[in-house]
Design a protein around this ligand. Structure first.
Ligand code: ATP
Length: 224
């Protein structure tokens, strides 16, 4: 286990972050920070801007105002690529590659954690025996599990998880929670969006509630 350095800058910090579409505010200005070993639960109703926020943090959309820092330094593209793993609504898999080929392809592109092998990751997410199954033949929940295997292999410390529980059965929900717990124990951090109704990782969690107006509820909502 990597010891957590509490004097270090936050792994991810947003200051005055604001996003609008066609002059309509979607969120912000937002100020928040996520430290190593911590999860931030991003809650809000449908359309509140949760996905938009994660896409802005991942660098897939440009904020109208504000600053994003990673490890205390501006989040330019190379730093984001090293530091951030993004699990979106869409699985982002190559339909005609097998489960294992997908993982090998993505590891080749984005690197992988040392000592973590794609075959083992498939086992961890409950897809042992599906190595040769084509991605397009997997169910929605199995595709999500394959995306989780990719996440598990990613070397990035900051996980941005958009509705990670969607399409998963109870065992899958517990799998996500175990993965987040292990990632935080190793000094990582996670931002997790949910509608707030049904699941949240049982870890040291702060909440960011999006709505009108956006506010940071710095509540210890963790169960740990
Ligand atoms: N590509 C787009 N073009 C125009 N408007 C968009 C686009 N994507 C999202 N929006 C709008 O931006 C707002 C925020 O959407 P977003 O997807 O971030 O919300 P969300 O909180 O993730 O919602 P949900 O819980 O339904 O997934 C909504 O009003 C939505 O209609």
């Amino acid at each position: 286990m990597t010891p957590i350095d509490h004097s270090a800058p936050p792994l991810l910090q947003a200051r005055g972050l604001r996003f609008a579409r066609n002059d309509e505010p979607v969120f912000g200005p937002l100020d928040f920070a996520v430290d190593a070993g911590e999860a931030l639960l991003v809650q809000g109703d449908n359309g509140a801007g949760k996905t938009t926020l994660l896409r802005v943090l991942a660098g897939l959309l440009r904020a109208d105002e504000g600053q994003i820092d990673i490890d205390g330094r501006p989040a330019h593209p190379a730093r984001r690529a090293r530091a951030i793993a993004y699990l979106g609504h869409l699985p982002g898999l190559k339909a005609d590659l097998s489960a294992l080929e997908n993982l090998n392809f993505l590891c080749g592109l984005q690197g992988r954690r040392r000592a973590q092998l794609p075959e083992n990751a498939l086992g961890i997410v409950g897809l042992a025996g599906y190595e040769d199954a084509l991605a397009r033949q997997l169910s929605a929940g199995q595709k999500k599990r394959l995306s989780l295997a990719r996440l598990w292999l990613a070397p990035a410390p900051v996980w941005l998880l958009d509705e990670p529980y969607a399409n998963l059965d109870l065992d899958g929900i517990e799998l996500v929670n175990r993965m987040v717990q292990a990632h935080l124990r190793e000094g990582g951090a996670a931002l997790v969006t949910t509608h707030g109704a049904y699941a949240a990782p049982p870890v040291r969690t702060r909440m960011l509630v999006l709505g009108a107006p956006s506010r940071l509820a710095d509540a210890e909502a963790g169960h740990a």
